[in-house]
Design a protein. Structure first.
Lengths: 102, 181
């Protein structure tokens, strides 16, 4: 059982690195919400692996379910905000939105 | 051994899928890669012994969230241009590489799994021990529905009625009264 946990740990590290890199290089609002989804998936995997290691898999499942629900609500609100920004400002580019005045 | 190979394939698939989701120039392609990552994550969760959360991840993460993304992309419009990044890509990559190497050194002594003790089943943990979390989830779902209703409704422009100019009242009667006194 040790080897699968080690592989899962490396998957967590890989996903975390790719997601953080995506947050740094992304300029599109919708894509930022997408990258946040990837980050939360990493957190869910980390929670379940931690529960597996500590022998409390059901507790970790309960916490992971809460995290998934919260993450979905964040995605809903984030995407709705992005749609409204696109309607009002005509762009989803963070650089242009930051330079808007008024 | 076979189980480790399956874990390895899924782990590599998840990381590659996440990278492709970030690299994809079209948003719809990125959303589909995200769904693929979610699907592989659900299989990993199932293999790790968490079938309940795997089902939730598969239905919500790969299903509902993908539908939401496709809906938002269809409303907001598909963007395909490859914009230059705010942070230079080599700088971002080297920073992240440094963080990941540091974390890998921190995690290398992998903790040995504790043998599973007599733990309450998932339903007991979820509905009794973590009842506050359930209430929190209900509140979050309501907040999400209200937020979406408030944000996606079109702004109604009020119809302006033509302003009617009323004629001024004559003031000569009042002036005449004052003059009489």
């Amino acid at each position: 059982m040790l080897l699968p946990i080690k592989i899962a740990l490396f998957a967590i590290l890989g996903l975390l690195g790719v997601s953080l890199y995506g947050l740094l290089v992304t300029r599109n609002l919708i894509k930022i919400v997408l990258v946040l989804q990837l980050l939360v998936k990493t957190a869910v995997l980390a929670l379940v692996v931690a529960g597996k290691v500590n022998g409390q898999i059901n507790l970790s499942q309960s916490l992971a379910a809460t995290v998934i629900v919260a993450d979905t609500v964040v995605a809903v609100i984030g995407l709705a905000l992005a749609v409204q920004v696109q309607r009002r400002c005509g762009t989803l580019d963070l650089q242009q939105l930051a330079s808007l005045k008024g | 051994m076979l189980q480790s190979i399956v874990y390895g394939i899924l782990a590599v698939g998840m990381v590659v899928g996440a990278f492709q989701a970030i690299r994809a120039p079209r948003l719809i392609t990125a959303a589909l890669w995200l769904a693929a990552v979610s699907m592989q994550l659900a299989v990993v969760l199932f293999l790790l012994g968490a079938p309940d959360v795997a089902v939730i991840e598969l239905s919500v993460g790969a299903g509902l969230v993908t539908v939401l993304f496709v809906f938002a992309i269809s409303v907001a419009g598909e963007l395909t241009e490859d914009l230059p990044t705010i942070v230079p890509r080599p700088l971002a990559a080297s920073l992240i590489l440094f963080v990941i190497i540091f974390l890998t050194l921190f995690l290398l002594p992998t903790p040995t799994p504790v043998p599973t003790t007599a733990e309450a089943d998932f339903a007991t943990v979820m509905w009794q021990q973590r009842a506050v979390d359930v209430w929190l989830q209900i509140a979050l779902i309501f907040a999400g529905v209200l937020g979406m209703l408030g944000l996606l409704t079109e702004e109604r422009v009020p119809v302006k009625k033509p302003v009617q100019v009323q004629p001024e009242e004559p003031v000569f009667e009042e002036v005449a009264d004052v003059a009489a006194h």
